[in-house]
Design a protein around this ligand. Structure first.
Ligand SMILES: Nc1ncnc2c1ncn2[C@@H]1O[C@H](COP(=O)(O)OP(=O)(O)OP(=O)(O)O)[C@@H](O)[C@H]1O
Length: 264
C-alpha cells in the first residue's frame, strides 16, 4: 500500500507499539480507513485491537510510525473538535446523574447553551429508543439500556468517527442482536465512520463494510476484507450462503494468523 494519508480518514502508517513491559502489541500495521466505512478489527485476544483503537482516540502513542485522523494527530483532533467519540465495553455512566445528564456531560465540557444540550440529548436518546427515560438514573436501567445511553452520549457530539471497543460483549444474545441492528441503522443515518473491535466473526461480517483481520504476537494486519453484502443488513442474512462464505474467509485468515504464530 502506498501513502495511506492522502485518501483516508484514518491512516495507520507503519505503526508499531511496544509497551514498557516489553510486550510488542502491534508491528508494522499499515493501512487506511476511508470515510464512511464500518470497519471491524477482528482478531484473537491480545492481538492489539484495543491498542489500535486507543491510538486512534489519542489515548496511546505509537512507538514507531504514526496514526493520523484527517491527516492530524488524534490528540489534536480531540482537542480541537468533537470529531472522535469512544464507546467502551462498559457503559461508564455516572450513577448520580440522570440519563439526560449523562448524555449531556461531554457537551457541557465544550460549552454552549443548556437548551441546545437538552435538545441534542433528546435527539440522540430518541435515536436509541430511550426518550421516555431521560429522567431515569443508571441503576434503573438494564445492561442493554445502559449501553444505549453510552452510545447516545457518544452520538450527542455528532462525531465523524465513532470508536467502539467490544461494546456488546457483556450483553445477552437477544439484546446484542437488537443493538447491532440499531447501530447499523444509526450509522447509515448519521453517515459516520465506525471502527468496531470484536473477536466475533459473525458479528464482524454482519455489521461491517470492511474487516481488518489481525493476528497475535506481535499484532499484525493479516487481511483487509471488503464485505460486499448489501445494506440494510438483516439478521436473517446470517443463513445466506454469501454470509457463510465471508465467515469462512475471515475465519481462514484468523487461523492463518494463528498458524503463522505457531511456526514462528
Ligand atoms: N497498558 C499496557 N501495558 C502493558 N501491556 C499492555 C497494555 N495494554 C495492553 N497490553 C498488552 O498488549 C497486547 C495487546 O493488548 P490489547 O488489549 O490491545 O489486545 P486486544 O486484541 O484488544 O485483546 P482483548 O481482545 O483480549 O481485549 C496484550 O499482550 C496486552 O497484554
Amino acid at each position: 500500500m502506498g501513502n495511506t494519508e492522502q485518501s483516508s480518514l484514518v491512516a495507520f502508517n507503519h505503526v508499531g507499539k511496544i509497551y514498557n513491559t516489553g510486550t510488542i502489541a502491534l508491528k508494522d500495521v499499515h493501512f487506511g480507513i476511508k470515510e464512511g466505512e464500518f470497519i471491524s478489527f477482528l482478531g484473537p485476544s491480545g492481538c492489539g485491537k484495543s491498542t489500535a483503537l486507543r491510538m486512534v482516540a489519542g489515548l496511546e502513542d505509537a512507538t514507531t510510525g504514526s496514526v493520523l485522523v484527517d491527516g492530524k494527530e488524534p490528540k489534536r483532533v480531540i482537542r480541537e473538535s468533537n470529531d472522535i467519540a469512544f464507546v467502551f465495553q462498559e457503559a461508564n455512566l455516572l450513577p448520580w446523574r440522570t440519563v439526560q445528564e449523562n448524555v449531556i456531560l461531554p457537551l457541557e465540557l465544550r460549552g454552549g447553551s443548556a437548551k441546545e444540550h437538552k435538545a441534542e440529548a433528546l435527539r440522540v436518546l430518541e435515536m436509541v429508543g430511550l426518550k421516555d427515560y431521560v429522567k431515569a438514573y443508571p441503576r434503573q436501567l438494564s445492561g442493554g439500556m445502559k449501553m444505549r445511553v453510552s452510545i447516545a452520549r457518544a452520538l450527542a457530539a455528532r462525531p465523524k468517527l465513532l470508536l467502539m471497543d467490544e461494546p456488546f460483549a457483556a450483553l445477552d444474545e437477544i439484546t446484542r442482536q437488537t443493538l447491532q441492528m440499531e447501530l447499523l441503522d444509526i450509522w447509515q443515518r448519521e453517515k459516520m465512520t465506525v471502527l468496531f473491535v470484536t473477536h466475533n466473526v459473525f458479528e464482524a461480517v454482519l455489521l461491517s463494510s470492511q474487516i481488518a483481520v489481525m493476528s497475535a504476537r506481535p499484532g499484525r494486519l493479516s487481511a483487509l476484507i471488503d464485505v460486499e453484502l448489501p445494506y440494510p443488513r438483516t439478521l436473517s442474512m446470517r443463513t445466506e450462503r454469501s454470509f457463510g462464505e465471508y465467515v469462512e474467509l475471515a475465519s481462514t485468515y484468523l487461523e492463518h494468523g494463528a498458524l503463522q504464530k505457531e511456526l514462528g
